[in-house]
Design a protein around this ligand. Structure first.
Ligand code: FNR
Length: 388
């Protein structure tokens, strides 16, 4: 299994002997440039943009550069173990695909959620499927194969609808519910504001709602006949600003593991765990929601300490295998990839996502091989120093 991650390198070099070059870029910057060239400008703007002048979004990425891994020698790393246990699941690697609510419109056929789910099936890397998708969750989950999937819930302002979404996720076989806490209202996003561009309000990626009996019962006309009416009805109930008082209700909704996404303060982490959360997801939404915040990776150590052994997922700014290694060394249990896999999806559908995932995991695996960390457990806080 371990060979399989770094073997992507051998595959590429061997194909090179026959003059075959990789179809997709190896580095994130080129992935992004090429994705921009193929995506419709309004989709690109939504994927690439962030809050305010995007300072936090950029800092998420650059903050990783302030940490350096210190290699250890005379360690046998011929075999590496990247596997991790999460919520009782045995995963081949610590990588996850972060929820992204516009996957559907990132492929020309409008089924980018299904393409991503197939990439999850192919790589064993779980997809956290967004509430906002172009295909209903039942169809997305049907593509997961043997790879487990998690469902990300945006809590609507209607408890019956929230419950219906969770029941459907349970029935579809999702293995955890990830509730996102930082997006009950969209943040101030100048790129999209400049063109009046909000994809869901235009009726995109609302299949989980338009397929839902509770949501449909709220409509005057079926969404198939009145797409605009359905989108406006969605906007009406889309965001529920959760408070601590809601957490007992959220917890009561499901016996699946409950993960809370968007926690960055240790006090919030302690309280969430006290109130029954099973996992913490440290993230600032890739800097899309509020500008002026800390880089997410800077929030991670205190979150991990407060989690006191409970699983901590992390995202925001992960662009390569070294970033995954650093987040793990700072205590993350698993690390989720955001924009880079969306770029791969835009370039090559399932194949593009598989490429990006394999490239990141190969890089992580090879860093562990070269730097003397045979298992994830060896990637500890002591493996890192601040770059001076
Ligand atoms: C997101 N993200 C997100 N998160 C979530 O919980 N539900 C969602 O539907 C979405 N939608 C979404 C759309 C797009 C276009 C992006 C880029 C991101 C946030 C996502 O899960 C993750 O937190 C960030 O993508 C991490 O930042 P980076 O690494 O992509 O910069």
């Amino acid at each position: 299994m371990n060979e399989s991650f770094s073997s992507y390198q051998n595959e590429i070099y061997l194909a090179g002997l026959d003059g075959v070059r990789p179809r997709y870029p190896m580095l994130h910057a080129e992935l992004a440039t090429r994705a921009e060239a193929v995506l419709p400008p309004w989709v690109w703007s939504y994927v690439a943009g962030g809050a305010g002048d995007e300072q936090t979004q950029r800092a998420n990425v650059s903050a990783f550069h302030q940490w350096g891994l210190v290699p250890r020698r005379f360690v046998d790393t011929t075999r590496r173990d990247l596997s991790v246990e999460l919520f009782g699941l045995q995963l081949p690697s610590p990588l996850l695909l972060a929820p992204v609510g516009v996957l559907g419109i990132c492929t020309p056929d409008g089924h980018g959620d299904l393409a991503t789910a197939r990439a999850a099936a192919n790589t064993g890397v779980p997809m956290i499927a967004s509430t906002l998708s172009a295909d209903p969750m039942e169809n997305v989950a049907a593509e997961f194969g043997a790879t487990p999937g998690f469902f990300q819930l945006y809590t609507p302002d209607d408890r019956d609808l929230a419950e219906s979404l969770v029941r459907r996720a349970e029935k579809s076989g999702f293995r955890a519910i990830v509730v996102t806490l930082d997006t009950w209202t969209p943040g101030w996003r100048p790129r999209d504001l400049a063109t009046g561009n909000f994809p869901q309000l235009r009726g995109h990626c609302l299949a989980n709602f338009t397929a839902d009996p509770v949501f449909r019962a709220r409509l005057n006309h079926p969404p198939e006949q009145d797409r605009r009416g359905a989108a406006l009805a969605w906007a009406d109930i889309a965001g529920h600003p959760l408070t601590w008082a809601d957490l007992a209700w959220l917890r009561s909704l499901t016996s699946l593991p409950l993960v809370l996404k968007g926690l960055c303060h240790p006090d919030d982490v302690r309280r969430a765990l006290d109130l029954g959360a099973d996992g913490i997801y440290c993230s600032n939404h890739g800097g899309r929601q509020a500008n002026g915040g800390l880089p997410a990776i800077d929030a991670l150590p205190a979150v991990v300490e407060a989690a006191n052994g409970a699983p901590v997922l992390f995202d925001s700014g992960v662009r390569g295998g070294a970033d995954i290694a650093k987040a793990l060394a700072l205590g993350a249990t698993a690390v989720a990839l955001g924009r880079p896999y969306v770029h791969g999806l835009a370039l090559g559908g399932t194949d593009g996502v598989v490429h990006v995932v394999r490239a990141l995991l190969a890089e992580l695996d090879l860093i562990m091989a070269v730097d003397g960390f045979p298992a994830l457990a060896d990637l500890k806080r002591e493996a890192l120093r601040r770059v001076s």
